[in-house]
Design a protein around this ligand. Structure first.
Ligand code: SF4
Ligand code: SF4
Length: 166
């Protein structure tokens, strides 16, 4: 299924998520890298050694949820846009996501956008909280969004409303 569509099945996604207890303590990385590929910027970007690939650069990265401080430095460094940050510490009803977003124009803080699932299907409304795009991110902006908690495992991307209507 994944080989054909490129869309991870729910059980594959769950394996990449930290525990709910960890998510509720504060920001933490979800590293959705599913295939063996020669790549390791996530490991080299992490100042805390929380992502490990090991001696073989083809290994799938492993993120240590206790070592990860949720700084987000790895998010813009992943060429596959495979990393996001989740933070469940702000509210019992919502989760904050920090995701890489390479479409223009970028949204603005305060904007409501259409949340999408991993297959690109409309899922929910999401509120843009922050947009970061410094030169050090090398043209991979990172957008922080507030999403209803029930979409913790299904929200993955978004589309601006203007794009939704054409
Ligand atoms: S969010 Fe920060 S601490 Fe966590 S894995 Fe990424 S770079 Fe490391
Ligand atoms: S940088 Fe991204 S694509 Fe490369 S190994 Fe790390 S998570 Fe996978």
């Amino acid at each position: 299924m994944f080989e054909k569509t490129g869309v991870a099945a729910p059980e594959m996604v769950l394996e990449k998520f930290p525990s709910v207890e960890r998510i509720n303590r504060g920001p933490v990385a979800v590293v959705e890298c599913y295939q063996k590929i020669p790549c390791n910027p996530c490991q080299t970007a992490c100042p805390l050694g929380a992502i490990e690939i090991g001696d073989d650069i083809n290994n799938i990265p492993q993120r240590d949820e206790e070592l990860c401080g949720g700084c987000g430095l790895c998010v813009s460094k992943c060429p596959g846009l495979a990393i996001m940050i989740v933070d469940g510490s702000k509210s019992p009803d919502s989760v904050e996501f920090r995701i890489p977003y390479e479409f223009l124009p970028l949204p603005a803080a305060g904007e409501t956008v259409l949340g999408l699932d991993r297959a690109g299907r409309p899922l929910c409304r999401a509120k843009v909280l922050k947009v970061l795009n410094p030169p050090s991110f090398d043209r991979t902006p990172v957008v922080t969004l507030e999403v209803e908690r029930k979409y913790l495992y299904t929200f993955r991307n978004f589309r601006r409303e203007a794009e939704e209507h054409g």
